[in-house]
Every structure is written in C-alpha cells, then in structure tokens.
Ligand binder design. Structure first.
Ligand SMILES: *[C@@H]1O[C@H](CO)[C@@H](O)[C@H](O)[C@H]1NC(C)=O
Ligand SMILES: *[C@@H]1O[C@H](CO)[C@@H](O)[C@H](O)[C@H]1NC(C)=O
Length: 281
C-alpha cells in the first residue's frame, strides 16, 4: 500500500512539475519523476508474480496486485501453501463436493443435499453427476435395483414420491476397460419434509445431552432476550405448540421470529437468511 502511495505521489509530483514547467530543468526532473514512478510500479507488479519467494511475501497482500493476478488468472502450484488462498463457492462446478470423494474411490458416500430446491429437481446433483460421467470420466452411476435403467430416472422417482426420505445409487469407479473397476454406494438425503413428517407440532430444540447421551431434556425455547423468565418460556412454548413444522418461516434466528415475523417461505425451504440463521442457531 505504501509502495503504491509513494508511486502515486511521485507520479503526481512529476506531472505537476512537467505540466507547469518554468524552466528546462523542471521539465527534465518532472520526466525523471514520472519515469521512476512507472518503473517502480512495473517492477512491483512483475515481482508480485513471484510473491511465493519469502522476501516478496508482502506483495501478495496488496489489493491492487491481487486484482491484477486474478485478472491474469495467475495461480501458484507448489508444495508449500501460498500466503493467500481464494475460497469460492463450490457452486461454480460442483455444489455437492462429492467429486473429490469419487476421485478417492470412496466405498460409501453420504451426501446431505441442502441446496435451495423446494421442488426436488435435484439440479445440483444432476450437474455433478453429468460432470463426473461426461467430463471427468471418473465413474458411472447406476440404479442398484435395475442397473439397466437410466440412473436419472431414479431422481425423477424421488421427486414424485413425497414419502421417500432418502435414496441410494450405485457407483462404478473406473471408465476405460483397462482400469480395474471398483464399486461404491452414494446415499442422498435431501432437505425435504416427507409425508410422514407432515402435521407434526413444532418440537423443542435438540440439546447436546440428547444427541450425546440420548437423555431427554426439559422442553425449552430460545426467547429473543436470551435470559427470558420461566413464565415467558411457557408462553413461547404454548404458542409454538399450536404451530406445525411446515408453518415455520421467517427471516430471523430465534423462536420469537416465528411468532411475530413468520413470513417468507416455510420450513424446510427457508429463505437464505433464515436458513443461515437456523444453522447458526
Ligand atoms: C416411496 O418411497 C417409500 C419409502 O422409500 C417406499 O416405501 C414406497 O414404495 C415408494 N413409493 C413408490 C410408489 O415407489
Ligand atoms: C394433514 O392435515 C391435513 C388437513 O389439515 C390433511 O388433509 C392431511 O391428510 C394430513 N396429512 C397427514 C399425513 O396426516
């Protein structure tokens, strides 16, 4: 940053001297200032491509240089991790992240699919499966019950059968006949409310003890204030017990958002903010 600032200062000084020159000497020194600022800048930009060298580490953190490196699609391939990593959304290629597991030829893969997909089209999974089969040629998927059937027909079945909780498909690793095949199973669980979960009253939050030790815990709810009194808790409880799971909506992260701001799409296909907040909750 300081380097950029110095360069800009030199450049501006040079330009001013050059533009409002009073003598020939001004002209030459103005030119020299501009030249040196351009030279420093070019050197710094060029050196930033070698920022994996220890003395040049600092250059990889300059925002302007980062933009230039991104624009030129510059990536470092090395044994040692670089100073800076760009983390992007997996949605660019594979939202499900199963490709890496398929590359490792995992025998059992469990995919929890929580993409925003209220109509169960499974577009994200279809895209990944197509990429794995057609582009990467890593593996083939097949219907475990009838391998002659197109595997995508299974996905259509799942969409139509609203009582299905999950589905599984076979994986055959290896593409060419020279590769030794191996087999695996992909289990898919999606955020949907199956038929037998309809008309359920809202349940209290799961507690750590319940998950860890399977011990039932007293019903409790998160009020907005966090330290709400017992009578207030009971009030929340009664109001929420009148609701059904599929009525829960809202944009917020605590139970009172369901009581007073119960708008937007409903569980389990909440809006982005609601879904995020539920995760944090
Ligand atoms: C729907 O899914 C359920 C649960 O997996 C299964 O028992 C049922 O046979 C399926 N229905 C049809 C029509 O395939
Ligand atoms: C849920 O309730 C509705 C009416 O409120 C009823 O039509 C439906 O059959 C019920 N579903 C189940 C699975 O009990």
């Amino acid at each position: 940053m300081i380097l950029l600032f110095v360069c800009m200062a030199l450049f501006c000084m040079g330009l001013t001297t050059y533009r409002f020159m009073k003598s020939e000497e001004d002209c030459t020194s103005g030119r020299r200032l501009i030249d040196s600022s351009v030279l420093i800048m070019t050197t710094a930009v060029s050196l930033s491509f070698f920022s994996y060298l220890r003395p040049l580490h600092g250059l990889s953190f300059t925002p302007v240089f980062r933009q230039i490196q991104q624009a030129t699609r510059y990536v470092i391939k090395a044994w040692h991790p670089p100073n800076m990593l760009y983390v992007t959304d997996g949605g660019v290629q594979d939202c499900t992240a199963i490709t890496q597991l398929l590359q490792r030829r995992c025998e059992v893969i469990m995919l929890v699919l929580a993409a925003s997909d209220p109509t169960d089209d499974l577009a994200v999974l279809r895209t990944t499966m197509e990429a794995v089969q057609n582009k990467l040629k890593l593996a083939s998927f097949y219907d475990l019950q009838d391998p002659r059937r197109n595997v995508f027909a299974m996905l259509d079945d799942y969409k139509q059968n609203s009582s299905a909780h999950s589905f599984k498909m076979g994986i055959r690793y290896g593409w060419n006949e020279v590769e030794t095949p191996s087999f695996g199973t992909l289990w898919v669980v999606k955020n949907r409310l199956p038929d037998d979960f309809l008309n359920q009253t809202v349940q209290p939050h799961l507690r750590e003890e319940e998950i860890m030790y399977n011990t039932p815990s007293p019903k409790s709810w998160n009020g907005c204030s966090g330290d709400s009194s017992a009578s207030e808790d009971n009030e929340v409880l009664e109001e929420l017990l009148d609701m059904q799971t599929e009525d829960l909506g809202g944009l917020g992260c605590c139970d009172c958002c369901h009581r007073w701001g119960n708008c937007g799409r409903k569980f389990p296909h909440l809006t982005f903010t609601g879904g995020l907040a539920e995760l944090v909750d």
